[in-house]
Design a protein around this ligand. Structure first.
Ligand code: ATP
Ligand code: MG
Length: 413
């Protein structure tokens, strides 16, 4: 690889102060022992965008074994490519990876990267990353941002662009298309035209991606605080029809329609996460199945009985659960939460059935889905009050203890 001089820019005045203190310690210690140690990836990007990074990753010239010698609190992980995890109080991990080489050659017909484990230089390490804004280094010793790929300029223009030829980069790893959507939605970046065109033309490559990684990206989009924007963009780029055809068929009319029920409930998810609420994976899945479930129930010839609620949910969720290899636990939560929305209508009428409903291990997830729905759909105040009363009587802690079973029978006065 040619040795192009990178662009080096002084970091913004308060940059170092906003870097996590433990990450600073890692950088300092690497530098003390004459290794390069740079902050990389999302940490640099988010600080330059005045955001709050989720985590801080470090890239270094030190080999994994050398990193281990410098840090007592260090664990090496990964079989193919060894990474150092440096552990700090509170379960914090500073992931520290040796500079990697770009994989030597990619097959003409766009083969997937399988061998990605050679050590390299800062420049090669920048070039193997996905998007220009994700490949900036911060050198704490000099207090500068080092840019080999034009990421600074793209950040200024708020553009998401692949490093190198977009078609090649998406064929190497199709999951990058979903990452593009996630970053564009979350950071409010525009996908640069050639990158966007490549997603549209190469989207069928998604079928070659490992299923758990696809599901993981769906979860990340939903947890990233921009679920609604992500789903709209997935739909717009014709990725939704490949990823979750059930949803894209349901969307029918453009998802950009602000009154779309699906977008409404995803906006409620974004708002709940912004308030700091925790939402478990099964409930996240349930939010976008809910409008589909309602549609499926209303297409039945007659009003469904309580017994029919479950089979209808299973018929709807089953094919996608299999296709995306959803964890059984998430599917169980998803099904109970869906079914519970209507089951409540039967349970609420009598004190005993209502209490049994509230005591059920699936109640907290069911209630959470209800609150998200209520926010999106505007439920009647009396009904919201009924659910809330039940939630107060059977708070989530009570269900925690009973995880797995039906929960401890509570003695009632
Ligand atoms: P987030 O805030 O979501 O964590 P991030 O940019 O830190 O965003 P990660 O998934 O944590 O994203 O990955 C860290 C870095 O590793 C990225 O910034 C990017 O440089 C590189 N990277 C991750 N996944 C890929 C990929 N599929 N192809 C190329 N580079 C990748
Ligand atoms: Mg990260």
């Amino acid at each position: 690889m040619s040795d192009h001089a990178p662009r080096r820019e002084p970091a913004p005045a308060d940059f170092l102060d906003r870097v996590d203190e433990d990450a600073q310690k890692v950088l300092r210690r690497l530098n003390q022992f004459d290794y390069h140690g740079y902050l990389v990836g999302g940490g640099v990007r988010d600080l330059l965008l005045d955001g709050t990074p989720k985590d801080f990753d470090v890239a270094t010239s030190a080999r994994p074994q050398e990193v281990r010698k410098l840090f007592r609190n260090c664990r090496l992980i990964g079989r193919r490519f060894r990474l150092a995890h440096i552990l700090f109080l509170g379960g914090k991990v500073i992931e520290t990876a040796t500079f990697r080489a770009k994989p030597a050659e990619v097959n003409r017909d766009g083969a997937l990267i399988t061998d990605d484990n050679e050590f390299g230089t800062p420049e090669s390490d920048a070039h193997r990353r996905d998007f220009t804004v994700n490949a900036l280094f911060y050198d704490a010793a000099e207090d500068v941002i080092i840019d080999y790929v034009g990421g600074l300029e793209d950040l200024e223009r708020r553009l998401l662009r692949t490093i190198g030829e977009p078609k090649v980069r998406f064929c190497e790893d199709p999951v990058r298309m979903l990452r593009a959507v996630k970053f564009a939605a979350r950071l409010d970046l525009t996908i640069e035209p050639a990158t966007r065109a490549a997603i549209l033309s190469e989207r069928f490559e998604l079928e070659k991606a490992a299923l758990p990684r696809l599901l993981e990206e769906i979860y990340r989009m939903m947890r990233g605080g921009s679920a609604a924007a992500s789903f709209k963009l997935l739909d717009e780029l014709a990725l939704m029809e490949l990823l979750i055809p059930e949803v894209s068929a349901f969307l029918g009319r453009p998802a950009a329609d602000p009154w779309h029920p699906l977008i409404g409930i995803l906006e409620a998810v974004d708002a709940a996460l912004a308030r700091g609420e925790q939402i478990e994976s099964g409930v996240l899945l349930a939010t976008f199945f809910w409008p589909l479930y309602q549609a499926a129930l209303s297409s039945l010839p007659s009003k469904p009985s309580v017994r029919e609620l479950r089979p209808v949910a299973e018929a709807l969720v089953g094919p996608m659960a299999v296709r995306l290899k959803m964890p059984k636990r998430d599917v169980a939560v998803l099904l109970s939460a869906l079914e519970g929305q209507l089951r409540f209508e039967h349970a609420r009428r009598r004190r005993a059935t209502r209490a049994a409903f509230g005591r059920h291990p699936a109640f907290p997830a069911t209630y959470q889905l209800y609150t998200l729905r209520a926010e999106a759909e505007g439920e009647p105040a009396e009904r919201i009050a009924e659910w809330r009363a039940l939630a107060e009587e059977f708070p989530p802690q009570d269900h925690e203890r009973g995880r797995g079973g039906r929960g401890p029978r509570r003695r009632r006065r």
